[in-house]
Design a protein around this ligand. Structure first.
Ligand SMILES: Cc1cc2nc3c(=O)[nH]c(=O)nc-3n(C[C@H](O)[C@H](O)[C@H](O)COP(=O)(O)O)c2cc1C
Length: 361
């Protein structure tokens, strides 16, 4: 069996292959609740054969939303629409995972296709974002309110409560979003975190909130279910968070019971110079995997089956995440199996017809 289609087991969960749907915001929720769009979008990706289907960032609190249309899990009302989706994903032989997030200073914007990319004014339904320090993301963006101790405690509680709801909604994987310049990443980076208390300054202090969230979530999330953390391995900016610190952080996360680090990069500062190219983030996943001794996922411009396969056979990552390529071609895993000579089941409703063994009635 080609490595891409080897099952992967983490704790009590087995993914049928090493292909995962990368989290992708759809800006299509209503008051944080998943809609028909999410069922069809995520359901279609599960039909396509990925072993793991991760939802988009789901906000752990209303102020943690990137936009008013974000998915959320701060209220029990948001559980049921997700339950329908996880049930369908499971029926397709895939594992359902949820990404839990807080957008911090990047909260309160509009869906990208609506035109305005900075913070929504209060008069248009925006809100004052929360962050480690009162530093705006960029010109034109709102200056966030710096979280006090009580505010940080509330963030911890929000992640824990959302974790309980994730279980109730039928998810088998929780991924904490600590990448792309959102709240947990803002705490990690000296470029966004200028605090002088025990959440800022030293490496130990800047990583404290993420470690506390990981610990609290691990204590809440059942022992037999895997916990992932998505990080940005570096900010691609002078004076920012970098790979050496990321490796050290991941050693700590492993000790706390995190099962896999999903390694991305960037997002903390605007206009970072990123040398984007196929697989450009793979070396970070490889370094963390080797030096922190923890399973990793890699992501970013992975589009070809042979490319994905060689990342795995080269022991550079354990799991391959695809984003935009799966939007272009939601049945990419089925095509990849064919190309690499693996046998994976098609949905029964399609299988015979797609194989050309059924005559038209
Ligand atoms: C429409 C869209 C929405 C995204 N939303 C999220 C998100 O909610 N959480 C996240 O961690 N990354 C998000 N990303 C980043 C992707 O998960 C992925 O890391 C990135 O697109 C690079 O992978 P790709 O080259 O395969 O698309 C998003 C990307 C796209 C294109």
């Amino acid at each position: 069996m080609p490595r891409l289609f080897d099952p992967l087991s983490l704790r009590g969960i087995t993914f049928s292959n090493r292909i995962a749907v990368s989290p992708m915001c759809q800006y299509s929720a209503v008051e944080g609740c998943a809609t028909d769009w999410h069922l069809v979008h995520l359901g279609g990706l599960a039909q396509g054969g990925a072993g793991l289907v991760l939802t988009e960032a789901a906000a752990v609190s209303p102020e943690g939303r990137i936009s008013p249309q974000d998915l959320g899990l701060w209220d029990n009302r948001q559980i049921e629409p997700l339950t329908r989706i996880t049930r369908f994903i499971a029926s397709q032989g895939a594992v359902a995972g949820i990404q839990l997030a807080h957008a911090g200073r990047k909260a309160g914007t509009e869906a990208p296709w609506r035109g305005v990319s900075t913070t929504l004014p209060l008069s248009a339904g925006g809100w004052i974002p929360l962050a480690p320090s009162a530093l705006a993301f960029d010109e034109g963006w709102a200056t966030p309110a710096a979280l006090d101790e009580a505010g940080i405690a509330a963030i911890l509680r929000a992640f824990t409560e959302a974790t309980k709801r994730s279980l109730d909604a039928g998810f088998k994987v929780v991924e904490l979003h600590a990448a792309h310049g959102y709240l947990l990443h803002q705490f990690l980076s000296p470029l966004a975190n200028r605090r002088t208390d025990h959440y800022g300054g030293s490496f130990e202090n800047r990583t404290r909130l993420l470690r506390e969230v990981a610990q609290a979530v691990r204590a809440t999330w059942p022992e037999h279910l895997p916990l992932f953390v998505r990080i940005s391995a570096k900010d691609w900016a002078e004076g920012g968070w970098d790979v050496d610190e990321a490796v050290e952080l991941c050693r700590g996360l492993r000790e706390l019971g995190v099962d896999l680090v999903d390694v991305s990069s960037g997002g903390l500062v605007p206009r970072a110079k990123i040398p984007v190219a196929p697989g450009y983030q793979v070396p970070f996943a490889q370094r963390i995997r080797t030096e922190a001794n923890i399973p990793t996922a890699t992501v970013g411009l992975i589009t070809e089956p042979a490319q994905a396969q060689s990342i795995l056979t080269g022991d550079r990552a354990d799991l391959v995440l695809l984003g935009r390529e799966l939007l272009r071609n939601p049945r990419w895993p089925l095509r990849a199996a064919q190309e690499l000579g693996a046998e994976i089941p098609w949905p029964a409703q399609y299988a015979r017809a797609a194989a050309g063994t059924v005559t038209v009635r």
